[in-house]
Ligand binder design. Structure first.
Ligand SMILES: NC(=O)c1ccc[n+]([C@@H]2O[C@H](COP(=O)([O-])OP(=O)(O)OC[C@H]3O[C@@H](n4cnc5c(N)ncnc54)[C@H](O)[C@@H]3O)[C@@H](O)[C@H]2O)c1
Length: 410
């Protein structure tokens, strides 16, 4: 634990990021920005180390985001007593060993989603969580998108009536090119492909809107690209990386596309689809929620707004309207250097808000006092297990030809 005191008397929080791929760089940036948003009461954040097995990636991110050190060995982060908190931002199979080592070394852990690649590993992490006072968090960041948060609040405040039906899709194209080389995303059991990578975000977000999912059905997976070139270099991110057509190929193990229905305990019904081979959609997340007295939704392609349709104003002039997200909505006031309507908030902002919330939780854990004006706390490892149990139910439904499957509760 870092015991150095600043002149303001606040003990710094010293952070490290393990993994410097697409999301690792976003965590690195998020810690950099965490003190620039909301209140001024975070202690100084010491940007200590970036670790990536591909050292040039670690060095690049360290230089870009102002971290003091870069290493190719994540165990150096674990062994460094100066580091207080760690983001785990590598392929899912590595989450458990790194989280266990970090917690054993007394470090707070923010682990990316899904919590792990297997339920057994995720459950072991949640068991460990029960035994520690350290902060343990999982990275479901979409709930912090100001437009999605506004949608959640609109529905929660009853503006569309009791939620009846949700349609949600998360369609991406990062796997559309069959020459994108093999990487961890294409390896693992059925359910760990597009569903585990993208669908998991929808599940967390939809449960914020309509409560727990208790049953799934009608699931069907498709695998469009069945083999990929063996990677000959670091393929972090994958997007825009093309392998050679005459390179040896490896089989893709998990699904490119997943569709299914979800029953919520609240009575709402959902239709959900996700894909990583949807041409032209780099990040196509859309949610539409219908109730008896209104509809509302969000489209990641228009992140400055959410939409709403209700009986206002009078018949003849009403209709769906876009509502610009602004200071009257959560996360906006002081959430950006430009905290007003029409600016738009991105996925990068979601990570800033998430990592700030994680740091606030660390301060609260240290002081034993609630953090003033705290952001909503991060989901826990136990929450991460729940979402994985929904994924598991969807995979079992797909394996059984779309049969209805009850979600195991943890
Ligand atoms: N919350 C989000 O919006 C979001 C977005 C993307 C990814 N993710 C999650 O973040 C994690 C990483 O995804 P990504 O897209 O950044 O993957 P990526 O493939 O872009 O990057 C992974 C990085 O891990 C490094 N790595 C591999 N083995 C390592 C090891 N043993 N030690 C240190 N580094 C190692 C690789 O060199 C690579 O740079 C995954 O769990 C993913 O699901 C979350």
């Amino acid at each position: 634990m870092n015991t150095k005191q600043t002149t303001s008397g606040q003990q710094p929080i010293s952070v490290a990021v393990i993994g410097a791929g697409m999301a690792g760089r976003t965590h690195a940036n998020a810690y950099c920005q965490a003190s620039t948003v909301f209140g001024l009461d975070l202690p100084p954040i010491r940007l200590h180390t970036i670790a990536d097995i591909h050292l040039p990636a670690a060095e690049d991110a360290a230089k870009r985001y102002g971290y003091e050190n870069a290493t190719a060995d994540w165990r150096q982060v674990i062994d460094d007593p100066e580091i207080d908190a760690v983001s785990i931002v590598v392929g899912n199979a590595l989450h458990r060993p790194i989280a266990e080592a970090a917690l054993a070394a007394g470090k707070h852990v923010l682990c990316e989603k899904p919590l792990s690649d297997t339920i057994a590993d995720a459950r072991a992490m949640a068991e460990l969580e029960k035994t520690t006072d350290l902060v343990t968090a999982v990275g479901y960041c979409y709930r912090r998108n100001p437009g999605i948060a506004a949608l959640i609040d609109t529905v929660q405040h009853g503006r569309i009536g009791k939620v009846a039906q949700i349609t949600a899709e998360y369609l991406c194209d990062y796997g559309a090119d069959p020459l994108v080389p093999m990487s961890w995303r294409y390896q693992g059991p059925q359910g760990s492909g597009a569903l585990g990578d993208l669908g998991v975000h929808l599940l967390d977000t939809l449960e914020q809107i309509a409560g727990r999912i208790i049953r799934v059905g009608g699931a069907s997976f498709a695998n469009t690209v069945t083999e990929r070139p063996v990677a000959t270099a670091n393929v972090a991110g994958g997007r825009g990386v093309t392998g050679s057509d005459d390179a040896p190929k490896e089989p893709v193990e998990n699904e490119d596309t997943a569709v299914f229905t979800a029953d919520f305990a609240s009575g709402a019904r959902g239709m959900i689809s996700t894909s990583r081979v949807a041409f032209g959609l780099a990040n196509g997340l859309k949610i539409s929620v219908a109730g008896p007295s209104g509809r509302a939704g969000f489209d990641m392609a228009q992140p400055a707004a959410f939409w709403m349709h209700d009986p206002q104003p009078e018949y003849g002039t009403n209709g769906p309207r876009n509502i610009l997200v602004g200071p009257k909505h959560r996360y906006v006031t002081a959430g950006s250097a430009m905290d007003f309507e029409g600016v738009g908030f991105s996925q990068v902002d979601q990570f800033i808000f998430q990592n700030r919330a994680f740091l606030e939780q660390i301060v609260a854990q240290r002081t034993g006092e609630p953090f003033p004006n705290a952001l909503p706390t991060c989901p826990t490892f136990a929450d991460g297990v729940h979402t994985m149990l929904v994924l598991d139910a969807v995979a079992r439904s797909a394996a059984a030809g779309g049969t209805t499957v009850e979600v195991e509760q943890n």
